[in-house]
Design a protein around this ligand. Structure first.
Ligand code: ADP
Ligand code: MG
Length: 248
């Protein structure tokens, strides 16, 4: 699904990713952990195609196609989803209207007509029921006055509606309370399928009490230095990151 090979990326001439390899197959959930400043958010941004970063070496393939040359919008249309991609507040634009527009833009990019209104409503109903999102929330203005948990709910709803091939959830930033963690975890557990893959970035072991990843990777100094199963996350919680650094 997603193949990252020898990825080197810089910002303002400073190299952040230093030869990162990651292979994610359909149906898998991967957790990426690591100390602050390791490059986790950079990895998410580079995969999503954010322009501030310069890829100097290596490649990123989505379903066997190289996506290095695609812009962020094109990658989104190809099925790459990044949480916090649309954090802006848009007064007067509801959660529902925003996602309708996003879906129809993606369809347009694929040469399809707008989704018929009835199908759209059906999909909104189905996904909001699955995620236990009430209709009042769906009619609120996008991100306006959203709590941490509501922001997460909105992101997970966007992910459910857009049905990305690869979803990258960067959960490192901003105070995530236990409710917000649960919203993210429930969403991932309900939305994972044999046709998609999820990468959860976190330095909270707690999140992995709710999401059981197939693989856990430790990112340190721009590279993945250790990979394992969920036991690795437990070991990290117990021992911290220093033992990994010491073993390098
Ligand atoms: N916009 C930026 N300009 C300069 N340096 C940056 C920028 N974004 C990130 N960095 C640097 O890149 C390194 C990795 O950051 P980041 O990817 O945010 O790490 P993590 O998410 O693992 O905490 C850090 O040293 C950080 O200071
Ligand atoms: Mg980060």
């Amino acid at each position: 699904m997603l193949e990252i090979k020898n990825l080197h990326a810089s910002i303002d001439e400073k190299e952040i990713l230093k030869g990162l390899n990651l292979s994610v197959k359909a149906g898998e959930v991967h957790a990426i952990m690591g100390p602050n400043g390791a490059g986790k958010s950079t990895l998410a941004s580079v995969v999503a195609g954010k322009e501030d970063y310069e890829v100097t070496e290596g490649s990123i393939e989505l379903e066997g196609e190289n996506i290095d040359e695609l812009g962020a919008d094109e990658r989104a249309h190809q099925g790459v989803f990044l949480s916090f991609q649309y954090p802006v507040e848009i007064p007067g634009v509801s959660v529902t209207n925003f996602i309708k527009t996003a879906i129809n833009e993606t369809r347009k990019a694929r040469g399809l007509e707008d989704m018929p209104a009835r199908d759209m409503l059906k999909k909104i109903k189905e996904k909001s029921e699955l995620l236990e999102i009430d209709s009042k929330f769906l009619s609120r203005s996008l991100n306006e006055g959203f709590s941490g948990g509501e922001k997460k709910r909105n992101e997970i709803f966007q992910m459910a509606m857009l049905e990305p091939k690869v979803a990258i959830l960067d959960e490192t930033d901003s105070g995530l309370d236990i409710d917000a963690l649960r919203i993210v975890a429930n969403g991932v557990n309900k939305l994972k399928s044999e046709d998609n893959a999820v990468i959860v970035i976190t330095h909270y072991q707690r999140l992995l009490d709710y999401i059981v990843p197939d693989f856990v990777h430790v990112l340190h100094d721009g590279k993945i230095v250790k990979s394992g199963t969920k036991e690795l996350a437990l070991e990290l919680e117990e021992k911290g990151y220093d033992w990994i650094k010491a073993a390098l």
